[in-house]
Write a protein that binds this ligand. Structure first.
Ligand code: 5AD
Length: 351
């Protein structure tokens, strides 16, 4: 559905009664274009070592109290095997940003191993930050299907306000990275944080228009949440406001881009234990259960109160799957759950 800025702003500002209508519509559009299925991405938090110092992030380089870790290859492969054997269909590998040659080689090697232990069946999303074009290319050739790189905010001034002002944290380079990912043939995902200090509803509307303009295939949006290392001013929005706004962003994006993949993000669960299920109802269709070894999870704290389960994976899965079913959805076991939007574009290209 094509929408202009003032229409989007009106939806984002809608009161409780009107947002219920919006949610009904976005839920119906999700059913129509995606169906009743929820796809899983087993999230492997590979390492919290990061060369960047993004002011909002709980694992930024300058966060000195953070205990840094890097999973072993064996731990990564074990997690991937768990996902494969439990019919997740896909995994997502995320870490702090490292651009060394040895890291690029390591990821390439891991990708080959993951494809081989899963007979090429496990879909792989990478979320490893800004990398040289050639590295994106090598990882794509090694089997990565999708890449997530949040723009964080599409407003250049706000972007500058939430990052150190140096070449490593350049808005223009981030945009360039998104274009490079697309050129390499990835299913492209991006997203923003919602409720940053100084962020207006108009800016959030522009974020949605940015996604449309970039013609993205996937999106992950989450509430900004404070953490003890954050150098940002506290949000002007209450947690409830950030939560409501995030749901409205998900719903509005679903109207604008009916066949992309939209994640129900963990930050919503941090505010409301049923936050992710609520996001599914208003249009999200992907969940990323954490399958990182429990011993290091406490060290990948992007924000305070990040839900960290100490349960073994079987128990964690059982309760999550039950809640997804209770919310009225079915889980797309053993399906990669690729972006329909991407698939449609490929079909058109090949005609
Ligand atoms: N609150 C919410 N989300 C955050 N992220 C980083 N720090 C925070 C925070 N304090 C998000 C960023 C990043 C993703 C991996 O986590 O959007 O892209």
């Amino acid at each position: 559905m094509g929408m202009n800025r003032s229409e989007i702003v009106a939806l984002l500002r809608s009161d409780e009664q009107h947002s219920e209508k919006l949610f009904e519509l976005s839920g119906a559009i999700r059913q129509q274009h995606i169906g009743n299925v929820v796809h899983l991405r087993g999230l492997i938090e590979l390492s919290n070592v990061c060369a960047k110092d993004c002011l909002y992030c709980g694992i930024r380089k300058g966060a000195e109290g953070v205990d840094r870790y890097n999973l072993t290859d064996e731990q990564v492969i074990q997690a991937a095997k768990y996902a494969y054997e439990n019919r997740y269909g896909s995994i997502a590998i995320q870490s702090g940003e490292l651009t060394t040659a040895s890291n690029a080689n390591r990821i390439e090697d891991l990708l080959h191993q993951i494809k081989s232990i899963s007979n090429g069946e496990l879909g792989v999303t990478l979320s490893l930050g800004e990398q040289p074009f050639e590295v994106y290319q090598r990882w794509r050739e090694a089997g990565a299907d999708r890449y997530l790189l949040r723009i964080e905010t599409s407003n250049k001034d706000l972007y500058r306000a939430i990052h150190p002002s140096d070449n490593l944290h350049s808005f223009d380079r981030r945009i360039e990275a998104l274009h490079n990912l697309k050129e390499c043939g990835y299913q492209l995902g991006t997203g923003v944080m919602i409720g940053l200090y100084g962020q207006t509803i108009d800016m959030l509307a522009d974020d949605l228009l940015f996604f449309k303009e970039m013609d993205i295939d996937m999106c992950g949006m989450g509430a900004y949440l404070e953490n003890k290392y954050s150098l940002l001013q506290a949000s002007e929005y209450t947690l409830q406001q950030r939560f409501d706004l995030t749901l409205k962003m998900v719903a509005t994006l679903r109207l604008m881009m009916p066949n992309i993949n939209i994640a129900a993000t963990t930050s919503l669960q941090a505010i409301d234990p049923l936050g992710r299920e609520k996001a599914l109802r208003v249009g999200a269709n992907v969940i990323m259960p954490n399958i990182t070894p429990t011993s290091v999870r406490k060290n990948y704290k992007l924000y305070d109160n990040k839900p960290i389960s100490e349960d073994c994976l079987d128990i964690q899965d059982r309760s999550l799957f039950e809640r997804i079913n209770d919310a009225g959805f079915e889980i797309g076991f053993s399906q990669q759950g690729n972006s329909k939007h991407y698939g449609d574009k490929q079909t058109k290209k090949n005609k």
